[in-house]
Design a protein around this ligand. Structure first.
Ligand SMILES: [Zn+2]
Ligand SMILES: [Zn+2]
Length: 149
């Protein structure tokens, strides 16, 4: 999905700021196990599973929230995501392919979208996270809740 262009010429104003949804939820214990078992050929460690989750999609008014719970560590393996409806807890995890889009910048400025293929809203590098200043939900969750000290 291409990044939508700002509305028509003549306005002259910058496009409205876009923010991640950030809806918080805690991953239920049984889904931690499931997040590891979903990739039997890529075994993982429970500490790899993010449990303090925040929806990584662009702010939305309908549909489920999504967040990354585990990256099996192979570029072609996709990542493990969970989803939940507003007001309820996650009930499943699923293995989704990575969003193949990056921002097209060369070298160190290159940033790949951190979401899954076919996600709604804009790509992750287009939306700001007022809480972390970035858009890396997995890193955020890992550092905030599971520092292996
Ligand atoms: Zn959300
Ligand atoms: Zn994307």
């Amino acid at each position: 999905m291409p990044f939508p262009t700002p509305p028509g010429p003549g306005g002259g104003s910058a496009p409205a700021a876009r923010y991640v949804c950030g809806a918080p939820v805690t991953l239920p214990l049984q889904l931690i196990t499931l997040a590891l078992e979903i990739t039997p050929r890529l075994p993982g460690h429970p500490l790899e599973v993010a449990t303090d989750l925040r929806c990584a999609l662009e702010r939305h008014t309908g549909g489920p929230h999504f967040d990354l719970v585990r990256e099996p560590g192979r570029p072609d393996s996709g990542a493990v995501w969970t989803l939940w409806e507003e007001g309820s807890r996650p009930e499943c995890v699923c293995l989704l392919p990575d969003c193949p889009v990056d921002n097209g910048e060369p070298g160190g400025a290159n940033e790949a979208c951190a979401l899954y293929e076919g996600h709604p809203g804009v790509h992750s590098y287009h939306c700001a996270d007022p809480e972390t200043g970035g858009c890396h939900p997995y890193v955020y969750a890992y550092e905030s809740g599971h520092a292996p000290m």
